[in-house]
Design a protein around this ligand. Sequence first.
Ligand code: C5P
Length: 231
Amino acid sequence: SGGGDLDGLRVVVSTGGTREPIDPVRFLGNRSSGRQGAAVALAAAERGADVELVAAHVDDGVLDAAAAHPRVRLTRASSAQELQEAVVTIAGESDVVVMAAAVADYRVAGTSDTKLSKKGDEGLSLDLVQNPDILAGLVEDRVPGQTIVGFAAETAPTEEELLSKGRAKRRRKGVDLLAVNEVGWDKGFESGENLLVFLDARDEEIARSHGSKRRVADALWDAVLTIRGSR
Ligand code: C5P
């Protein structure tokens, strides 16, 4: 252990964007780079935690620093269902779970084993079915003393609306801590900077942090320590 303020804490962090297969060569994906979750994992390890990092698809090089840390164990997953399987397998043994992955809400029903071919001039419809809400399942199966943290990437015209969306999501998900961040075409995803607002289990804003993804990752762990200390 590293003598940091997270010494001995067992944490699970998910990151990256899931890919939902359409056929052997195509998928539905999203623009998550995995940077914020990788920073959360590395910050925890450097502060002494033992980290299980479950990574879906991330940009090149994003996992390098975290994966090289001796207290980080990396597992890969592609689809939402694979990510759930990986996270749920280790969640029961952990003190804190941070779901920073961008999980697809839907997957393609009846994925084709052969490449779909273009049929003519008509359009193509894909049937989608809902994926499990991994976070909701973790909250349902929460073990005593465990802290569950979610992210809410939202678009909103004003800060008021951003926070009210965040509060609604905090309640819906039942998480102990929700990190709300505004995303837009030029913010959040793929960028090096982030603004996070932390809502606790009473929907109170307990902190906010603006800056590099590493800086806001440290603010997240500070917020986790605050709520774990105050219950
Ligand atoms: O509802 P929304 O997708 O905005 O919630 C975001 C939070 O929920 C993130 O923490 C994300 O990792 C998690 N999530 C999940 N399973 C899903 C969808 C989102 O765990 N199917």
